[in-house]
Design a protein around this ligand. Structure first.
Ligand SMILES: NC(=O)c1ccc[n+]([C@@H]2O[C@H](COP(=O)([O-])OP(=O)(O)OC[C@H]3O[C@@H](n4cnc5c(N)ncnc54)[C@H](OP(=O)(O)O)[C@@H]3O)[C@@H](O)[C@H]2O)c1
Length: 275
């Protein structure tokens, strides 16, 4: 991986998370190139991380063996159409992280069949505990898949899917997922505050409990159901709390939330097909 230059187009939250993770894993800053249409964002990333910021989009494309397209879905069509010529000439591996933009659409905008990987990372990539779903189109070589995987593995775990539509489910699960856990943590912290704990106490207890629960689940083969049962002794306090959550329909609410996010991801894709 370290033989390749990586160019990032779009210097926002995800690019910042990915760069930070790559640098922490030992990737050389001088092989990371960034272009954002706002020069101050490019300069900010350059001074924060010591990467190569450039005010010239085409230069970044020229330098990169791997091009990470990290702009919002709405900005992708203009970007890709404007870069078609350079990409056809340089033939970098393209990794798109935009939600809802299919490889077919990207090829249509590029005007040619090209090696494209769709990646759906999430923001914990910043701390190298991200989760990324990956899909490669038929033009992508095995060596390019390995390269993309090694880049995304530097910032957390990776999983491949064989069907592109599964990326919509991954978007709903782990792409948006950090926000669901932040919401649960916020609800737990606020609940504890309302029952009288000082804010700082409620916060540290909530966050450490979330971290401890995640580590217990990650570091053992014990199914989640069993881990739940082990905390919830019959007739005890946890059982009471869980019965309130269950009767409020927590499982159903999560199912509906995931369906809504997945449908939105598909809808974004459909809207672009029509435009
Ligand atoms: N945030 C997440 O948790 C997450 C998770 C997984 C995937 N994603 C995907 O990652 C992508 C980026 O998300 P983000 O949260 O990093 O967005 P962001 O913070 O808004 O960053 C995107 C940056 O790209 C710039 N930009 C737009 N068009 C450009 C162009 N043609 N050339 C150069 N720069 C351009 C934007 O400038 P302006 O500010 O002027 O628009 C902005 O600075 C999105 O497609 C999103 O679907 C995000």
């Amino acid at each position: 991986m370290q033989d390749s230059n990586i160019g990032f187009i779009g210097g926002g939250h995800m690019t910042s998370s990915l760069i930070s993770g790559l640098l922490s894993s030992g990737f050389p800053a001088k092989q990371l190139f960034v272009y954002d249409r706002n020069p101050e964002k490019t300069e900010h990333l350059q001074s924060k991380f010591g990467v190569e910021g450039s005010p010239d989009l085409k230069k970044v494309v020229k330098m990169a063996q791997v091009l990470v397209l990290a702009v919002k879905p709405n900005d992708m069509k203009n970007l890709v159409e404007s870069l078609g010529g350079e990409i056809a000439q340089q033939k970098p591996l393209i990794i798109s992280i935009a939600a809802g933009i299919s490889t077919t659409l990207l090829e249509q905008w590029l005007g040619e069949h090209h090696a494209i990987i769709r990646a759906m990372p999430n923001t914990p990539a910043l701390l190298r505990v991200g989760a990324t779903g990956l899909y490669a189109n038929s033009k992508t070589l095995e060596s390019q898949k390995e390269l993309a995987e090694s880049i995304l593995r530097a910032v957390g775990v990776t999983v491949w899917v064989n069907h592109e539509h599964d990326i919509d489910t991954i978007t709903a699960t782990s792409g948006s997922g950090p926000a669901y856990f932040f919401l649960v943590m916020e609800a737990l912290q606020k609940g504890a505050e309302q029952l009288g704990l000082p804010k700082a106490t409620a916060k540290i207890l909530t966050l450490q409990t979330a971290l401890g629960a995640a580590r217990m689940a990650m570091e053992s083969d014990i199914p989640l159901e069993t881990l739940i049962q082990r905390v919830a002794s019959p007739g005890g306090t946890t059982e009471k709390a869980l019965s309130v959550l269950e009767s409020g329909g927590i499982q159903e609410i999560f199912k509906k939330a995931l369906e809504a996010a997945k449908d939105r991801s598909r809808e974004i894709s459909e809207n672009f097909k029509e435009s």
